[in-house]
Design a protein around this ligand. Structure first.
Ligand SMILES: *Cc1c(COP(=O)(O)O)cnc(C)c1O
Length: 451
């Protein structure tokens, strides 16, 4: 028999519990309230160093392979590379695939990887291990969930969403609409969603944290409003999971999904994840009913009979190589206290905000995010007529954030690897570029294919 490397998907004990490997835990001896900012007067780079020195999450940065000389504030678009990812991919490719070949579906437990990774993600979103599964891309997962939601409320004809929802989410809903004549997509401003839920609404489809402004919706309140009108909710957690604790079951959420490559650091195009509350499992019917969602895929029956539980949300063969970096990332996330992640994210955002407020003289720069941290996710957005060029100048300076059409710059805080000195350096660079017009060089105006 070939020798397999010690790389495994998490294994399960006889009672179904997941056995997880403990990687580098954050330092539990340090107190959690260590991120308080002083008054403006004593807020300098030295103080940021001191904050880093007593940051209980600081040791996690060593788990990531970050390029030297770069301040990375774009983890809400593409999370950083976990150091263990390359080794993990290599082990999956060379040992499990190369040596194990087809046997690895059993010997390396490939077949249960979607549930295993889902169960490791589950505590991050406040649900049970068997309510989450990893599959497909966010857009494809959303298609499945919208259809499943409509079948849970088959007498109703409306999907309600907000006007500022992520375009792909709206496009996918429109794709469902083209298949189902009579389906209405009702789009209202985010602050009018609550009043717009009536008894025709089958599903309320919302992104928890706005991709552009970072504004966070009230999951608990809107879910309750939807339920009061008999609708189900679908929450897109792409900018939530890994940014702060999410409590889906406490909020009574029906369906949710999110992206694997932003705060979760699963790598470009990493598979996404789906959540369905257990009370809906038996009635779940999704349209891409492929063999991996069949109760007995290897019986090769002619008729589709869905598997029990989340497995029926699968369609085809899981992308084993693409799951490997996500597995490496979830090793890091294991045991990370998300409350601490939130505290650090709030402190870093507040630091950035204060520095920009105090050091930036450009009157055209304005905050597009809520000023109150309780109403935000983990990134800040600013508008400026020259945002594209400003961001290009910053990137040339080693500060990577991003640009969103038409005039928004985004800066994301990813407490597993962002340091307070990075935040200081980034805010200082933003103010320098704006105060001296450093963006005006023509090379900063040219648009690349991906902005
Ligand atoms: C990033 C993101 C997605 C990504 O969708 P893909 O199918 O992975 O391209 C979807 N929805 C939201 C709200 C996002 O922020």
């Amino acid at each position: 028999m070939p020798k397999f490397a010690a790389i495994r998907w998490p294994r399960r004990t006889a009672d179904g519990k997941c056995i997880r490997s403990r990687v580098v835990p954050y330092d539990e001896r340090k107190p959690s309230m260590s991120f308080a900012l002083p008054d403006q007067h004593s807020l300098d780079r030295e103080f940021c160093r001191a904050l880093d020195a007593r940051d209980p999450l600081a040791s996690l940065r060593a788990e990531f392979d970050l390029p030297p000389g770069v301040v990375y504030l774009d983890g809400m678009s593409l999370g950083a590379l976990p150091r263990a990812a390359a080794e993990r991919v290599r082990a999956v490719v060379e040992c499990e695939w190369g040596r194990g070949l087809v046997r690895s579906w059993n010997t390396a437990e490939w077949i249960s990887a979607p549930e295993d990774l889902g169960s490791r993600l589950a505590p991050m979103i406040g649900v049970d291990g068997d309510e989450v599964i990893v599959a497909d891309s966010t857009s494809v997962c959303l298609f499945k969930l919208i259809c499943a939601a409509l079948r849970l409320r088959s007498e109703r004809t409306v999907i309600l969403t907000d006007e500022s929802n992520f375009p792909s989410d709206a496009y996918v809903a429109q794709g469902v609409q083209r298949l189902l004549p009579g389906l209405e997509i009702r789009r209202v401003p985010a602050d009018a969603v609550g009043q717009a839920i009536d008894r025709q609404v089958a599903a309320v489809l919302l992104t928890h944290v706005d991709y552009k402004t970072g504004a966070q919706l009230d999951m608990s309140e809107i879910t309750a409003q939807a339920h009061a009108a008999g609708a189900v909710v679908i929450w897109d957690l792409s900018h939530s999971t890994g940014a702060f604790p999410v409590e889906l079951n406490e909020c009574g959420v029906d369906l949710a999904l999110g992206c694997g490559y932003k705060y979760l650091n699963g790598g470009p195009g990493a598979p996404a994840y789906l959540f369905v509350a257990r009370r809906h499992h038996d009635a779940l019917d999704q349209p891409i009913s492929g063999w991996m969602g069949h109760v007995a895929p290897f019986a090769f029956d002619a008729e589709f009979v869905p598997a029990q539980g989340m497995r029926r949300m699968l369609s085809g063969t899981p992308p084993i190589v693409a799951l490997a970096p996500l597995a490496a990332s979830l090793d890091i996330w294991h045991d990370v206290d998300l409350q601490l992640v939130r505290e650090k994210s709030v402190a870093q955002s507040e630091l950035f905000l204060r520095l920009v407020e105090n050091q930036c003289a450009d009157p055209e720069l304005c905050l597009a995010s809520p000023r109150n941290s309780e109403l935000r996710g983990s990134h800040l957005a600013y508008r400026h007529p020259q945002s594209y060029a400003v961001m290009q100048a910053l990137i040339a300076d080693g500060v990577i954030g991003d640009f969103r059409d038409p005039d928004v710059m985004r800066f994301g805080f990813t407490p597993l690897y962002s340091r307070f000195v990075d935040v200081w350096d980034a805010a200082t660079a933003v103010c320098r570029v704006l105060n001296v017009g450093g963006w005006s060089d023509p090379r900063f105006q040219r648009r690349a294919a991906v902005t």
